[in-house]
Design a protein around this ligand. Structure first.
Ligand SMILES: C=C(O[C@@H]1C=C(C(=O)O)C=C[C@H]1O)C(=O)O
Length: 283
């Protein structure tokens, strides 16, 4: 038998009270959402409002940072509340992967990619493509200066518009790490003289993801919000810098990327996604 720990019972009682409060607040929020649902239906508005939902999650994240709790936890918490609000309004709520994961029903990675129709029998040959982690030793053979040059050129192309508009000014003198987990590659970038350059210094914050997920992001087949939410992209280090970078990724003006490059990225990302699905299906 455990001996009673002095002070434990009243603290646990207080936690029970907070939990009751959470459920009460959920009920109040759901009630308000139902009222909003009626107003929207009366005005002929249908469906979910992704932009509003994103703003709600970002607000919760900012508040969490100020309060010293995990912004991810806060984001998941409001995503759950939103999913419940949508269910109460008779809107689709099962698309909300983040909320479903937060509820503990982790969706196997395959389901996410299976819904993609790119994996047809005619694509069975894709199985023969090696997964990125098998390519890692080959990619690492590229000397660092060559890797740096390629990355700097790619960033200059993709981000030319946002850099011109000053959207990356927050990166001046800040060091952001980019880590391709399955390739074992890692770079630290900063903004210097209006250009993103790779530097040899420790990162203040790092964005980490697999080669395929980063390509899906760059090719616009997945949005940053979804990838972060499903923890396929992960932030580490300085939270404010990381969140600013994440919000930028979310709002990248894709239309400023040259059309040819957009097509290449899009095709490459589709191929990588189909190859991953084929690889998973065969293993
Ligand atoms: C309640 C609304 O409907 C949905 C639910 C939301 C919520 O729970 O906060 C936000 C946006 C909509 O997808 C709304 O439009 O405000």
């Amino acid at each position: 038998m455990n001996r009673p720990v002095p002070g434990l019972a009243p603290l646990r009682h207080a936690i029970d009270g907070v939990d009751d409060g959470l459920v009460l607040l959920l009920a109040a929020r759901t009630h308000l959402a139902r009222l909003v649902g009626r107003l929207k239906a009366g005005a002929g508005m249908t469906g979910r409002d992704a932009a509003r939902e994103r703003r709600i999650r970002q607000r919760a994240e900012r508040l969490a940072v100020r309060l010293g709790v995990s912004p991810e936890a806060a984001s998941r918490l409001v995503a759950l509340a939103i999913a419940e609000a949508c269910r109460a309004q008779g809107l689709e709520s099962d698309l909300d992967q983040g909320a479903v994961m937060a509820a503990g029903m982790i969706i196997p990675r395959m389901d996410i990619h299976d819904s993609d129709s790119t994996l047809k029998p005619s694509h069975a040959w894709l199985r023969l493509l090696p997964p990125p982690k098998r390519l890692a030793p080959v990619v690492r053979l590229l000397p660092m200066p060559v890797q740096q040059h390629l990355l700097e050129r790619a960033m200059a192309r993709v981000l030319a518009g946002p850099i011109r508009e000053g959207a990356l000014d927050f990166m001046a003198g800040r060091r952001l790490g980019i880590e391709v987990s399955d390739l074992g590659l890692r770079w630290v970038v900063t903004l210097e003289g209006g250009r993103l350059v790779v530097v040899n210094a420790p990162a203040e914050a790092t964005v980490r993801g697999t080669a395929t997920d980063l390509l899906l992001l760059a090719g616009r087949l997945e949005d940053a919000d979804t990838l972060f939410f499903q923890r396929r992209l992960v932030l580490a280090g300085d939270v404010e810098l990381g969140l600013t970078a994440r919000n930028l990724l979310d709002r990248l003006p894709w239309e400023t990327v040259p059309l040819g490059l957009r097509i290449v990225l899009n095709r490459g990302a589709r191929l990588a996604r189909a190859a991953r699905a084929a690889y998973h299906a065969s293993s």
